[in-house]
Design a protein around this ligand. Structure first.
Ligand code: CMC
Length: 392
């Protein structure tokens, strides 16, 4: 094993070739299939972006309509899948419910187990895209003790999700168009990010030829951690804690710099972006816009803005090239939309789903792809003799 190179955290190791997403971390560039993220966020829709990531090209009008129609047909959950929610404790974290139910889809769809059967991969792709919003909305409904609502297929993707989440049977519900368009944009911004922790997990699990549901369920669990998608929840908790402590941003930054209790400035820093995160720039503007249009100008937004200002003029953060990332401002928007903190990472998962699917499919379609099986540098005892139990 003399040829093994150690690269903890895969800082410099490319695990795959990929034609899906391009990132230049020095320049703050992000492109899906060659299209700049700024253009897609500004002019595209989430379903169009999903189609682009998965199929490689933007759909024409007919292709998009067919895609939308097919997804719409599959938004229902089997009644037996719904019974899972009866079994979950009411205070279960929605991310745990999300990954469990996605994993359980493999038990309901026997025609999902062969990754090399194109029909199976197609229908599993559609089912996942169609059902994840329903699964996510039901996780929320469970946590607030409300009835699970059937999807309304006259609505578009985001409206349907918002209705299943926030409507109650006895009242009229119409999603606020400001919220619909902001959420659609946020989903686009989260839709792919090349070999991040969750996508690498989806690829790793899929590399053993496990099915798409099993692989995506693993990706959801990887996303949950606070260093990855779970950061959006942690940011809001951090802002809340600063507020509860009297709003002293400088004191908090000092704590981070002194590494007291291992505190980090959540929503800051990125493995790849070293000048700015282009997603964060778009989101910061959206946060300001959405919060003022919803009339929900938030004290936490002021804390976040001050925190950013203090950090960006402090040598600790500047010298380490730590900038706000995608998660720094999203929580404030999600909160203004009415989502509880525990749902934030679920929204990230809804956005990242097409990326996970695209990467899994790219890997399966590549005849050169191999099972993911890293090596290690062994640091244990080289050899010793067995000692019988009585002699230990
Ligand atoms: N606050 C304070 N110090 C930090 C932070 C932070 N948020 N991030 C990195 N550092 C320091 C770190 O202590 C280290 O300092 P030193 O060299 O003196 O020991 C240096 O910066 C490099 O950090 P690292 O941990 O080696 O960097 P990494 O590339 O392994 O980690 C990261 C990247 C995103 C996990 C990390 O920056 C972090 O923990 N950020 C906070 C969590 C977060 O916001 N995550 C969301 C990431 S973006 C979206 C997503 O992936 O979901």
């Amino acid at each position: 094993t003399g040829l093994v190179t150690y690269d903890g955290g895969f800082v410099n190791t490319a695990s795959t070739k990929s034609a899906i997403t391009f990132i230049d971390g020095e320049e703050g560039i992000l492109r899906y299939r060659g299209y700049p993220i700024e253009q897609l966020a500004d002019q595209g829709s989430f379903l169009e972006t999903s189609y682009l990531l998965i199929n490689g090209e933007l759909p024409n009008a007919t292709q998009l309509e067919d895609f939308r129609t097919e997804i719409t047909k599959h938004t229902l959950l089997h009644e037996d899948v719904k019974r899972f929610y009866d079994g979950f404790p009411r205070d279960a974290h929605p991310m745990a419910m999300l990954s469990s139910v996605v994993s359980a889809l493999s038990t309901f769809y026997q025609d999902s187990h062969d990754p090399f059967d194109e029909e199976q991969v197609h229908i599993s792709t559609i089912r996942l895209l169609a059902k994840l919003p329903t699964i996510a909305a039901y996780a929320f409904k469970k946590s607030v003790g409300q009835a699970l609502l059937y999807p309304d297929n006259s609505l578009d993707y985001v409206q349907n999700f918002l209705r299943m989440t926030f409507a109650v049977p006895s009242e009229e519900y119409k999603a606020d168009p400001v919220i619909v368009s902001a959420l659609d944009k946020l989903l686009i911004l989260h839709a792919d990010h090349e070999q991040n922790c969750s996508t690498s997990t989806v690829r790793m699990v899929g590399s053993s030829h496990a099915n798409l549901f099993a692989s995506v369920s693993a990706g959801i669990n990887a996303l949950w951690g606070p260093l990855h998608g779970g950061a959006n929840q942690s940011v809001l908790e951090m802002l809340d804690a600063i507020k509860a402590d009297g709003g002293d941003v400088d004191a908090f930054v000092r704590k981070v710099k002194n590494r007291e209790d291992g505190v980090r400035l959540m929503g800051f820093g990125h493995r790849v972006y070293k000048s700015f995160d282009p997603r964060a720039q778009i989101i910061k503007k959206a946060a300001d816009d959405v919060l003022s249009r919803l009339g929900k100008r938030d004290e936490l937004l002021d804390i976040a803005l001050r925190l950013e200002e203090v950090a960006l003029s402090d040598d600790y953060f500047v010298s380490r090239k730590l900038y706000p990332n995608v998660d720094f401002y999203t929580g404030l928007i999600y909160r203004a939309m009415g989502f509880p903190t525990s749902m934030f990472t679920v929204l990230f998962a809804l956005g990242r789903l097409p990326g996970w699917i695209a990467h899994w499919r790219e890997m399966i379609a590549d005849p050169a792809s191999k099972i993911g099986r890293p090596r290690q540098v062994y640091t244990g005892i080289p050899i010793r003799d067995y000692v019988p139990l009585g002699a230990r």
